[in-house]
Design a protein around this ligand. Structure first.
Ligand SMILES: Nc1ncnc2c1ncn2[C@@H]1O[C@H](COP(=O)(O)OP(=O)(O)OP(=O)(O)O)[C@@H](O)[C@H]1O
Ligand SMILES: [Mg+2]
Length: 242
């Protein structure tokens, strides 16, 4: 039925029946099998699964660092497989915030510079990048650490700087691969609360890869990945596995 003023909704991220195989000389590994997933801005989706279940592969595909063998990935309506090398590099720089388990900050730069750098890479003048970075660090109660390099920060502080850095560019999607894997629960909670708050405020979608059921509770939705197959939990399954 035709409705007036109907707007076609373009999802932030849409995976449709995505499969990915790794071929080595000895064997073919199916890392992902017919994975479908739709994520919208401001949503946080946890992807849980044991080692080798395909979690990192999923993130590499969304970042267009790998391409699916079948199926499609659309990002704000654009098919990643149709982008040139240059366009996929632009996609990573301007649309995606990355957070890894091991903090991945620039060791020779201060906390402030680490947060300012992605903005500068997206053509924001350096002075302005530093101003915005300072505001973000203040939000995360890290203003007093702004001038220190990562080596002088605790693990929890480094990861909150990584959250600020990933969110600085207001990315469409944040890809977080075990962001609390090296932190105790209390510090992990601070990092996840910061990620949750900033991503909602900025309307960024978050894919949170984690082994940890406690961490997954920060998400709006939980998906289980097992042997490359993804299943989303429904309401009454959300507490299973804790
Ligand atoms: N470059 C590669 N070549 C061959 N096989 C690979 C490659 N990368 C990953 N695999 C295999 O694909 C499967 C999925 O790997 P992936 O790294 O996505 O798992 P993961 O869920 O992130 O695991 P972990 O929790 O240990 O990080 C595994 O069986 C892995 O051995
Ligand atoms: Mg992994």
């Amino acid at each position: 039925m035709h409705r007036e003023n109907e707007v076609v909704h373009v999802h932030t991220l849409e995976l449709d029946e995505v499969s990915k195989f790794y071929r080595t000389s000895a064997e073919v590994v199916c890392a992902l099998r017919d994975v479908s997933l739709v994520v919208d801005g401001g949503e946080m989706v946890a992807v849980m699964g044991p080692s080798g279940s395909g979690k990192s592969t999923l993130l590499l595909l969304i970042a267009a660092l790998l391409y699916p063998d079948s199926g499609s990935i659309r990002f704000e309506g654009r098919e990643l497989g149709r982008m040139s090398e240059r366009e996929s590099a632009d996609h990573r720089r301007s649309n995606i915030g990355f957070i890894y388990q091991d903090f991945n900050l620039l060791p020779g730069a201060t906390a402030l510079e680490n947060v300012a750098f992605p903005l500068w890479m997206n053509r924001v003048p350096w002075r302005k990048s530093k101003e915005q970075a300072a505001t973000l660090l203040e939000r995360l109660d890290l203003a007093h650490r702004a001038g220190f390099p990562p080596s002088k920060l605790s693990g929890g502080e480094q990861q909150r700087v990584a959250v600020a850095s990933a969110l600085s560019i207001t990315p469409s999607v944040v890809l977080a691969d075990e962001p609390t894997g090296n932190l105790d629960t209390a510090r992990g909670d601070q990092v996840l609360a910061a990620l949750r708050e900033l991503s909602q405020e900025r309307g960024s979608a978050v894919i949170l890869v984690t082994h940890d059921a406690h961490a997954a509770r920060y998400a709006d939705r939980i998906c289980d990945l097992k042997d490359g197959e993804l299943h989303e939990r429904s309401g009454d399954e959300l507490l299973v596995g804790e």
